[in-house]
Design a protein around this ligand. Structure first.
Ligand code: GDP
Length: 320
């Protein structure tokens, strides 16, 4: 139990493997073997600016059923066809309480996970982001704190939404719109095209009321069909992301953002290590258990209990 508590999302560095990686440290390793072999699906134009010595981390969020897996499969295959090496990680919000772990299954993106230029859902280990994949897609289901966590890791945050406005939009937390650099209305095909258009208009106007994250980029809304090939929007999605990357990179804004993220993660690490120490302290643990019981019965205010725990911990530290 203690180990579960101490890995709670609020105070730990959840899924250590998805913590931000120094872009500098990845640079030496980001030239894929296929750069020598020639791109898969040859004849395709390659995106040299990103592939050569740079890494781009893209967060993808959206409600269950919106088509994240389908999009990532199509998008990932498109990227590998352009000579990129793509890794896909997923933050599992259902285990957010125990640290937002990485999903282990490879079943959903079947084609992409078999591709030798792609790395889908690695098992957790430190530094996987630095392992020579120039584009890293970090997927999360739009639940709880997982989006914020992902937004603090990635260079660009992309929100996938279904082809209907109105109710969905009403229910959409403002917070997630604020995090988004790009909104993709998925399933813009067949009978759904009209409602996708409608959603695009709705989200575009909703974004007008959302404060931009950076003065260098205004969030956009595009329509995509993940099932229609590159021409149906997957290509546009990449062009838009690449445009974002180029603007952010050349303006120095991306480096600033990554620096800021590293700062955030430094403090998360501090909280996490402090919590570890606190939970290892038997005196504190004993006291905390008693206080928990009292807080449950409303005999002690939570703030006061927290204060006592911290005091106990500090006393223990200073006497050791
Ligand atoms: P996830 O839960 O967000 O990962 O969603 P999935 O990728 O599993 O997709 C949910 C359902 O939507 C599946 O039945 C997909 O076939 C369907 N779907 C995904 N993308 C599209 C699309 O672009 N167009 C249409 N028509 N269906 C889609």
């Amino acid at each position: 139990l203690a180990s579960q508590q101490k890995t709670s999302l609020a105070n730990s560095t959840p899924s250590l493997d998805v913590k931000p990686v120094d872009s500098e440290s990845t640079e030496a390793t980001t030239t894929p073997p296929s750069a020598q072999q020639g791109a898969i699906g040859s004849g395709e134009q390659k995106d040299e600016s990103i592939r050569l010595g740079k890494s781009f981390r893209i967060g993808l969020s959206g409600p269950p059923g919106v088509g994240k897996s389908t999009f990532i499969e199509a998008f990932g295959m498109y990227l590998v066809s352009k000579g990129h090496r793509v890794s896909v990680l997923a933050v599992d919000p259902s285990s957010a309480r125990t640290g937002g772990s990485i999903l282990g299954d490879k079943t959903r993106m079947t084609e992409l996970s078999r591709h030798d230029m792609a790395y889908v859902r690695p098992s957790p280990s430190r530094g996987t982001l630095a392992a020579g994949y120039d584009i890293c897609l970090v997927e999360t289901v739009g639940v709880g704190q997982s989006e914020t966590m992902v937004a603090d890791i990635v260079d660009m945050f992309v929100l996938l939404v279904p082809p209907a406005g109105g109710d969905e939009l009403q229910g959409m937390k403002k917070g997630i719109m604020e995090l988004s650099d790009l909104v993709i209305v998925n399933k813009s095909d067949g009978a759904l095209v009209d409602s996708a258009r409608y959603a695009q208009i709705e989200y575009t106007s909703a974004l007008k009321f959302v404060k931009a994250i950076t003065s260098y980029w205004k969030a956009r809304v595009i329509r995509v069909s993940s099932m229609g090939g590159p021409e149906a929007g997957v290509g546009l999605a990449w062009d838009t992301m690449k445009e974002y990357f180029d603007i952010m990179e050349s303006s120095g804004e991306l480096q600033k953002k990554r620096g800021h993220q590293r700062k955030i993660w430094m403090w998360r690490q501090v909280s996490s290590e402090l919590m570890d120490l606190l939970h290892e302290d038997t005196q504190v643990r004993k006291m905390a258990t008693e206080l928990e019981a009292k807080v449950l019965k409303n005999e002690v205010m939570s703030g006061a209990a927290a204060h006592q725990i911290v005091e106990k911990f500090m006393k223990g530290m200073s006497s050791s």
